[in-house]
Ligand binder design. Structure first.
Ligand SMILES: [Zn+2]
Length: 250
């Protein structure tokens, strides 16, 4: 019963993340959702898109433009992840902070994938929250969080400066640098090293694939944001297990 409630909360949080993901990059405060095609306000039963998708009526009642698949996808993902985290961590402070970080990651993923933007209004409070979180959860200490944040931030700062010199401006943005700092604050030291390795491996592998298939050229910048999010999230949950597994095999 509690699990069902948590999943529903995850879906509702997903709806809020969708709202913020649309409104924040447009630089206006969150407002009533509207159809992006005809501008009519969405009816209340479309504020959460998942039920409309399930009954197959996910279209604007005025112009019948479909609701973007991003909406139910975000709601479904957060519902699932909230449920998963609850099953594993139960009602603990760690569960609270992990769901908060997961929510932040999903919002950053939306703005970065759709607009190539990582907004200060999202990432700066997120960094503050991660510092607070390090005092309330026992898997990182405050000094390991700060050290991890510093390493993530500096590593991507140097990479961004080098990228600007070698490839030209825009290869790596300031948003990516702050996101790397946030990941470091969340996973702490030494796991930030693992998160960075996963990020670089993931980004490099996909870029190689895109190069080989000629979908991109060598001069196209690699969008590292999504890989930082995936690498950071995976390390946040299974960093210790992955490290242990690697050490025992070596
Ligand atoms: Zn419409």
């Amino acid at each position: 019963m509690a699990l069902l409630l948590i999943v529903v909360v995850g879906v509702l949080v997903g709806a809020v993340v969708n709202r913020l993901g649309t409104d924040l990059p447009a630089r206006h405060p969150p407002r009533r959702p509207r159809c992006p095609y005809c501008g009519h306000p969405r009816p209340w039963y479309h504020w959460v898109a998942l039920p409309a998708y399930i009954v197959g009526r996910a279209r604007c009642p005025h112009c019948s433009a479909p609701i973007s698949i991003r909406y139910p996808l975000t709601e479904l993902t957060l519902g699932f992840l909230f449920g998963y985290l609850y099953l594993h961590y139960g009602p603990t402070p760690r569960f609270g902070f992990l769901t908060a970080y997961t929510t932040i990651f999903s919002l950053v993923a939306i703005t970065d994938l759709e607009r190539r933007l990582i907004l200060n209004v999202v990432i700066l409070p997120a960094m503050g929250l991660a510092i607070v979180g390090s005092f309330f959860t026992d898997h990182v200490t405050w000094w390991s969080a700060l050290l991890g944040g510093l390493i993530g931030y500096l590593f991507f700062l140097v990479a961004a400066l080098a990228g600007n010199l070698l490839v030209g401006p825009g290869a790596l943005g300031g948003g990516d640098v702050k996101l790397a700092g946030f990941v470091g604050l969340v996973v702490g030291f030494p796991l930030i090293i693992e998160a960075l390795v996963l990020t670089i491996l993931g980004g490099g592998l996909i870029s190689l694939l895109l190069l080989v298939t000629r979908l991109r050229s060598l001069r196209d910048p690699i969008p590292y944001g999504p890989f930082l999010i995936i690498g950071g999230w995976v390390t946040m949950l299974w960093g210790m297990e992955i490290a242990r597994w690697l050490l025992y095999r070596a």
